[in-house]
Write a protein that binds this ligand. Structure first.
Ligand code: SF4
Ligand code: SF4
Length: 168
């Protein structure tokens, strides 16, 4: 008799209560995304993959000064310089080892030319270790970034006064 009562309570009380929880969430907006078809926008200050920037005339901004490599706490940046056809200095080799990189953004902070920046992309997983050694060609942007001029002014002022905070 006791077992029968227990079964009746389970079927007519506990199971409907469980279904109520399911039904309650069934009509709510899902918290998950249909990744990779839909992607959640990253926070404005998120630091993802690196890019090397160009000037408006297409010239590479990086002059291979080595300050980013000196600032890098993970020793992830390697470069070798050369001169372009106008005799200007640029990087012949510029590599970042993404397996060492901790995405701290110090390279971006240290760069006097605003040549390197960390974007929002985070999808660069792979099976081969060699795929994580990113070259200049992989990082160099096709077209100069349309940056907000006020952000650049803000960065220069911040650098001049050594303020620690940053904007993206
Ligand atoms: S983000 Fe940080 S760790 Fe990565 S390359 Fe730049 S300075 Fe080095
Ligand atoms: S990215 Fe900037 S700091 Fe690094 S070598 Fe090029 S110009 Fe210098």
């Amino acid at each position: 008799m006791k077992e029968v009562l227990k079964a009746v309570v389970n079927v007519f009380l506990k199971m409907p209560l469980g279904f109520m929880v399911t039904i309650k969430y069934f009509f709510r907006k899902p918290v998950t995304l249909d990744y990779p078809h839909k992607k959640r926008p990253m926070a404005p200050r998120y630091r993802g993959r690196h890019y090397l920037e160009r000037y408006d005339d297409g010239t590479e901004r990086c002059v291979c000064c080595g300050l980013c490599a000196a600032a890098c706490p993970a020793d992830a940046i390697y470069m070798e310089p050369e001169e372009n056809e106008k005799g200007e200095r640029r990087a012949r080799i510029y590599e970042i080892n993404l397996l060492r990189c901790i995405f701290c953004g110090f390279c971006e902070e240290a760069c006097p030319e605003e040549a390197i920046f960390l974007g929002h992309e985070y999808e660069f997983s792979d099976y081969e270790r060699s795929s994580f050694l990113w070259t200049k060609e992989q990082m160099l942007v096709q077209h100069p970034r349309k940056d907000n001029p006020f952000k650049r002014i803000y960065r220069r002022v911040r650098k001049a006064y050594g303020a620690p905070d940053k904007i993206s």
